[in-house]
Design a binder for this molecule. Structure first.
Ligand code: ATP
Ligand code: MG
Length: 347
């Protein structure tokens, strides 16, 4: 099994912790075109669980989703988040393919914080430096137990797992517009348990990391601090979010330390990248993930990082029937990964 997909006919599957999304595309007049898409809710904690019963339940939901969406392939490319994987750029001398593979494995062992015989390793050449005769390699690793879990789930759903891909790599396809093809951009996926942060340069992730900040932590803090039940806290968060003018700023004040922590993580990633790439300038932040819908959150992130912030639009690089326009617009925050996974094959 590869960590980079190659097969043409497949669909993208994003097994998120609050919902599973799928997307299938095909090439039409040289442009990726939407064949089908769909999502299904999963009860909380089911996806992260390692129990056989929960994995069977997730598989059943995937099967139902694939049936309902009428996908035309049994082949799946699924995604892994940053917390479940390891991504790095390494530089190696230009060698023959076999020697290159050896050299990469040797270097990978040095940079990957896991035993090399316990990970699935994949790589792609992403750049060339003619002056030094070196290659830039995008290295991706996933622990065997994580890869095997996904393989099991997908098989139990009656489907075939062709590849696993990292969320941020998929998102760099769906969320970067042609106008930004050469730009340096930070993509942040604000999910339930964590936020995946990626710095993309010329459509290639140069830095990928996970920050342990997501909707779940926000909900927990709001429930505790406001002394209300989780259902009510959920409503308050979604209604008032980071809007200081609502409810005397109570929800804002509760959320602020968590959001500030997230901003700190974004700034740390930017600083780290900037130290290694002095000549590159990060032009904007693209936000995705359901948590971005919190009122006032994008503006707060823009103000506190000093960068332009955009809401990611995963539909911009594909064609779709005009009558779906308003439906799809409402799903923009949730589909960046599934569409990005599916875009690989349509190219
Ligand atoms: N209006 C809203 N304001 C804030 N959060 C929202 C809003 N609507 C949905 N959410 C939250 O967004 C999350 C769903 O987003 P998303 O689909 O990106 O998550 P996921 O992909 O399932 O999770 P993960 O990527 O962490 O595995 C849920 O936690 C949901 O509560
Ligand atoms: Mg997600």
């Amino acid at each position: 099994m590869k960590l980079f997909p190659q097969e043409e006919n497949y669909f993208g599957l994003d097994i998120g912790s609050s919902s599973i999304k799928l997307a299938q595309l095909r090439a039409l007049h040289g442009r990726p075109s939407l064949v089908t898409y769909g999502d299904i809710e999963v009860p909380s904690d089911m996806v992260v669980s390692d129990s056989d019963i929960d994995q069977q339940r997730v598989a059943d939901l995937i099967k139902q989703l694939a049936d309902d969406a009428k996908v035309t392939s049994k082949n799946v490319v699924a995604s892994l988040n940053a917390a479940q994987s390891y991504t790095a750029i390494i530089t190696v001398p230009k060698l023959s393919h076999d020697e290159l593979a050896q050299s990469i494995k040797f270097q990978a062992d040095k940079v990957i914080p896991m035993a090399i015989d316990q990970v699935k390793l994949d790589w792609a050449v992403v750049g060339e430096n003619p002056a030094s005769d070196e290659l830039d390699i995008l290295l991706v690793a996933a622990p065997n137990n994580v890869a095997n879990k996904y393989l099991n789930i997908v098989q139990k759903a009656g489907l075939e797992l062709m590849a696993l891909e990292i969320n941020s790599i998929a998102q760099s396809r769906s969320l970067v517009s042609p106008a930004d093809a050469q730009s340096c951009i930070l993509i942040a996926d604000l999910g339930v348990l964590a936020t995946d942060i990626a710095i993309i340069n010329a459509q290639i992730p140069r830095l990928v990391r996970s920050a342990a900040v997501g909707y779940k932590a926000m909900l927990r803090v709001a429930t505790q601090n406001l002394g209300i039940d989780p259902g009510q806290a959920d409503q308050f968060l979604k209604k008032f979010g980071m809007d200081q003018t609502k409810l005397e700023g109570q929800v804002y004040k509760t959320l602020k330390p968590i959001v500030d922590h997230l901003v700190e993580e974004l700034n740390k990633s930017i600083t780290f990248f900037q130290e290694k790439n002095e000549n590159k300038h990060i032009e904007k932040i693209i936000l995705t993930g359901g948590t971005v819908a919190l009122p006032g959150l994008p503006l707060y992130i823009a103000n506190s990082t000093g960068l332009t912030v955009e809401i990611g639009n995963p539909w911009q690089n594909i064609s779709y029937p005009a009558e779906l326009q308003s439906n799809l617009a409402g799903l923009s925050l949730n589909y960046a990964t599934a569409i990005g996974l599916a875009m690989r094959g349509a190219k």
